[in-house]
Design a protein around this ligand. Sequence first.
Ligand SMILES: [Zn+2]
Length: 343
Amino acid sequence: MRVTRMAFTPLRSVKATGALRVRHIMQKMTHRLTTELRRLAFEHHDYCVSCNYRFKEADTSHLGYSEDDEPLYVCDDCSNQLRETAIRHYFMPRPYEVPDPSSKLWRYMDFTKYVALLSSGGLYFARADCFDDTSEGAKGLRRNKAHWNEHYLQFFRSAIENPPEGHECKLSKSEIDEQAQRLLLEMEAGGESHRKRTFVSCWHESEHESEAMWRLYSSFLANALAIRTSYQSLYTALGKNPSINIGRVKYIDLKRSYAGVNDAFWRKRKSFEHEREVRAILSDFKCPEAGKIIPCDLNVLIEEVFVSPLAPNWFVALVNDINDKYSIQVQVSPSELVEEPFF
Ligand SMILES: [Zn+2]
């Protein structure tokens, strides 16, 4: 049994060498986070934008502004370029892989869903606890939970016993156990509520149209269509919003492993591997609805529309007609699956 990734990293002291570095590392954080700064850190998540240093887990990353008030996202060594430090983070790798900008993403749907997309002018994000897959956001199988509990209790005990430099743990063993148990309970409660504040838009990543996806994601094939976009277009159409994470789902064998606390919505069971899912995820603590519509530039999002292999000829004309009504300029093509073969 293993946990795919640790959830938290105990605070580690920042090792500074020169006095100048110490001053910059210890510069007071202003918490002034402009969208540009958040976007810069989001897009360059793994690297220092100044020296290209690749962050390792638990390194410190510094977000702030240069002398010219330009946003900066830098490592310890480059932190002396910051006139203002907005915030410092203990670096954690993303719990998902980001596809190539040009990688093709598909969404198969019925005509009515397509009209809803056009008429709302936004992409529907469904709340995670409303999915057909009741294991959405699961960290593991209930029968393995005792092992999972033990792993995290151990982790919490170690974090309590080893506080950051300058602090001392004065708790007795039983007090440490008690606190670890409390943290475990809080984490469990968090797991349930997380499903209610996580909103997801699902896509299928593939270079090609998929026969299986037509059958899976449309209830009436004669009236189905697929829109094709790319990672870059999806990200851009959603306004390059640093609060929306877009990445690949990783398929794991829940019988042998778990999803970590921050991974759960980026992990699915191996039985779903055929979906090759890329998802966009956002959190909303206040929305009580089963889903929410996020405004989206549809002319950027929709690179091409394909109609189902079983659609009659007039269906292409109908889709073109509805596109005109909503000022969507996009090519509508018949399914590649109906191209005539020769023998
Ligand atoms: Zn650097």
